[in-house]
Ligand binder design. Sequence first.
Ligand code: UD1
Length: 416
Amino acid sequence: MSVLKIVGGRRLSGSVRVQGAKNSALPMLAASVMTEGISVLRNCPALSDVETTLEILRHVGCRVYRDGDAVYVDASGPISPEVPDELMRRMRSSVIFLGALLARCGEAALSLPGGCELGPRPVDLHLLALRALGAEITEAAGRLCCRAGRLRGGHIDLPAVSVGATENAMLAACLAEGTTVITGAAREPEIQDLQAFLRAAGALVSGAGSGVIRIRGVEKLRGAEHRIIPDRIAAATWLAACASAGGSVRLYDADPGRCGPILQVLRRMGCSVSTGEGLITLERRGGLVSPRSVVTRPYPGFPTDAQPPLMAAALRARGTTVMIETIFEARYRHVPALRRMGADVRTEGKTAVIRGVERLRGTETAAADLRGGAALAVAALAAEGETVLGGLQHVDRGYEDLAGTLAALGAEVIRI
Ligand code: UD1
């Protein structure tokens, strides 16, 4: 089992390239199974969640290989509609294969995705969307069996905002007969990115980025080439790291236009933030002040995935910060470890109240989930002494090289 050893107190300085977006790569790789050709995804991050997705693709019959940051998926051969339990359980977002396989094969059999690290994460909205397109779905012993023959376009009205359900609905509708209108769609940039990939593959889809997505089904999709957008949550993490440790960082291959709410919070904390084409720079010289209140919301609101690293940056900010988490129920699992580091954070239900402290101290701890793990690393950069951080399998799901990136910025961190 590897751990990170982080000795706090060093200011950060330097440049970091922002990796491609995990939350674009996963649905796009699933979508590639619907094409009858070879797709190329550039800027595809090297993450364990991406590896799991590639294993699923191989299992269902695709030929897959990676060349640098490009992943090639050849889905021109026969495709099996079944995903084994073991692969489904490794990663929640594997549920996106439901719409993709149903569209390609007319049927799909997979288990309910495992793990509920952020609290209950039901799939009712995914099933509602696919049923609206004519899928018959039965559930037995934790396994979902879906049949449709060819799906029929229809009206899918999502009663709550769900990124994954919107994506599943989009994928399924692309190969359905007739027109589909999705209302109540999530508006995340990664959904726009998925639309761009699907259009390159020949799908007739428009409206992503708004609450209404329209899709005219086509008979077939072809292999497509696409460059994945930058990961706004990885960007938020490097910026939070610099806010926490002090110093200055420059992010390139970033997308500042899609990081607005994150940059606003960092500015309210007293950081100087400037942006340019593909660039974000952040400088923190003096002490931090509390950003006062931060409420997570679906895009274009402040993203729930950026809440843990930004909370970690706010631990030593002067004043009181109130965070309200409106998306997931169990998104404060990093808080007990932050308290052991000397932070003054109290949570009740959706609310966390952070009172700035003068000092944090290093501790031995472990990540309980992906972004919570990043938060512990961000806090450790500002702590006195050494932090030993385990549970890195969670962190590896979403960061190409957390230790290497922080070390390149001058942090004292090694992975052993
Ligand atoms: C995606 C992101 C994740 C991000 C989240 C919210 C990917 C791979 N993951 O996750 O990083 O934190 O969006 O921005 O893109 N819900 C239901 N029923 C459903 C589906 C969801 O009640 O059928 C609820 C969830 O429990 C949660 C809320 O809806 O409370 C939002 O979840 P959703 O947007 O679906 O998140 P994911 O797509 O799983």
